[in-house]
Design a protein around this ligand. Structure first.
Ligand code: ZN
Length: 542
């Protein structure tokens, strides 16, 4: 009798099979799928002359990490922007922009991103004149970490035809102080800049996707959802992903949400017949994506109660109720899953009502539509119960608590902050909270995300809502199975059970036996996608 041999066997480690399924020593993959798991001796018979063997030596292997909300193309394209993410001194940040400007051709755009004015010693955004001084011959646009606002220098404002007389755009704000532009553009005012940028070629977009995928594989991700294909360049971005796929350049699996609503390309998606669930396990069509509010850190998330110290400010709503209800009803009736960005309780209320109206009384047959609320940060108990009733899934970011938790306390108070991004409540309500980064808003780093899920601590060590902490098993479950659930793919990925896709993340240590603080220092050694080793930090498969 001929016994089939495995293509890949990883053995001698701690293999996490999935929540409630326990651990084993070894896993075998053949034909892109998991064919067996068990003790080393049980799998011995699957090792043949052509089997690639990986000795785990006690390291943790887990179902492949899935970032369920990451703007991957933007991450990839952003790898060439000035990275201001860790800057704490305004002058140092300006010096970096100067260094880039000194090398640039006159007139060439310079982009930066990632600064947080609360972290800067200046405690304010840079002024346009400061950007003028370091880059006198170039248009400059530097985005804040949340991506919802940024500062343009005078050359950039001029190209965008923004001056002191420009009318305030709908859903956006052009800041002035004492009648003079500061350069700060918020929310949809940013579109005045993006409008005048020359488009990326499809090749450049495909290259951005490729760079973004490589970046993610090196962090151990095997699947990523891009929750807004078209944010910058509409349908072209879809073509960029498609081109990369056609060229055989896909390194990981992608779930792509067409940007819908007023600023998206929903009609085109419909004309092309793109429907939620179409595609294959490498490129899957996701839900129609809508935006309903801003960010809590930027004080633009729509809240019922005003921000601390700003009695007039309850955030920004992108749509009138009826407008949003109509979009959601239309997409729902056409058979699409819908995913809406909503962070504040007032925005969550609006989108929940939209989902309830679309689903109507037919909860029984419609509850598996899996409409999503992206972020779903600040909600109340009543809203959680309503999500449960109609089967709406949250796509929250624990890493926001790590990166912005202290800021949330400042702008919304301790009580709301402790209840924010409530992973345990979501999990116990059966809502399958997927884990994600929202990069480039937060870092793509999965270890900061895992750490905050299990500790509920901010990067400054503030503990916020300890009762919402998860076990590491649960956190890995959210980072794999729940992501797959959000794209209707839990039958093929999210665990290492027999028959699942051979997507595995191998960490550099056993995360289950280290102190939570040590999780922050961990890294991924291998990213295995469909049994292929796509990232190999130590060249151990060679
Ligand atoms: Zn996002």
């Amino acid at each position: 009798m001929v016994t089939a041999k495995a293509d890949l066997v990883m053995r001698g480690g701690k293999v996490f099979l999935g929540l409630g399924s326990g651990f084993t020593e070894s896993v075998a993959i053949w034909g892109g799928r998991v064919i067996a798991h068990g003790s080393d001796s049980e799998l011995e018979g699957l090792v043949g002359a052509n089997t690639r063997l990986i000795e785990l030596n006690g390291r943790l292997a887990a179902p492949g990490l899935n970032d369920a909300h990451q703007h991957l193309m933007s991450v990839g394209l952003g790898l060439s922007e000035v990275d201001c993410k860790t800057d704490t001194q305004l002058q140092a940040m300006l010096a970096k922009i100067k260094a880039r400007a000194d090398k640039a051709k006159p007139g060439e755009w310079i982009f930066g991103r990632g600064y947080d004015h609360f972290e800067l010693d200046s405690k304010r955004h840079p002024f346009r004149e400061e950007l003028d001084m370091v880059a006198p011959n170039n248009p400059v646009y530097v985005k804040r970490t949340c991506g919802h606002m940024g500062v343009a220098n005078s050359a950039a404002l001029k190209l965008a035809k923004i001056d002191e007389d420009t009318e305030q755009p709908d859903g956006g704000h052009i800041e002035s102080q004492n009648g003079k532009l500061t350069g700060l553009l918020q929310e949809r005012a940013q579109e005045l800049i993006t409008k005048v940028l020359s488009d990326h070629t499809i090749d450049a977009l495909a290259e951005g996707a490729r760079a973004g995928q490589q970046h993610n594989l090196a962090l151990g991700f095997t699947s990523v959802t891009d929750p807004g294909v078209g944010l910058r360049q509409g349908y072209d971005e879809w073509l960029g992903y498609q081109q990369l796929r056609r060229q055989g350049g896909f390194g990981l699996r992608m779930h792509l949400m067409p940007l819908a609503g007023a600023s998206g390309w929903p009609d085109r998606a419909m004309d092309l017949g793109l429907m939620t669930g179409d595609g294959d396990e490498w490129l899957r069509v996701g839900p129609m994506k809508l935006f309903t509010d801003g960010s809590a850190g930027g004080k633009t998330a729509a809240m019922f109660d005003p921000y601390l110290g700003e009695p007039e400010n309850r955030g920004i709503m992108i749509y009138e109720d009826q407008q949003l209800f109509d979009y959601v009803r239309d997409y729902h009736d056409r058979g699409y899953q819908v995913a809406a960005h909503a962070i504040g309780d007032r925005a969550i209320e609006q989108i929940l009502t939209a989902y309830e109206l679309a689903i109507g009384n037919d909860v029984e047959t419609q509850s598996n539509r899996r409409h999503r609320i992206e972020h779903c940060g600040f909600l109340n108990a009543d809203q959680l119960a309503r999500m449960q009733r109609i089967g709406v899934l949250p796509a929250p970011q624990s890493i926001f608590m790590y990166e912005f938790g202290d800021l949330y306390v400042d702008v919304l108070g301790e009580d709301l902050s402790a209840k924010a991004y409530p992973f345990r409540s979501f999990l116990e309500a059966g809502l399958h909270p997927s884990a994600s980064s929202d990069a480039p808003v937060s870092s793509t780093n999965p270890f900061q995300n895992l750490y905050s899920m299990v500790t509920r601590k901010t990067k400054r060590g503030t503990l916020l809502g300890a009762n919402e902490a998860l076990s590491l098993e649960e956190a890995l479950h959210c980072y794999s199975y729940c992501g797959a659930y959000g794209s209707f793919e839990e039958d093929i990925k999210g665990t290492l059970k027999q028959g699942q896709l051979g997507d595995v993340t191998v960490f550099d240590r056993d995360l289950f036996t280290v102190e939570p603080e040590e999780i922050l220092e961990a890294s991924a050694d291998l990213a295995v996608v469909g049994g292929e080793i796509m990232f190999d930090r130590q060249a151990e498969a060679a």
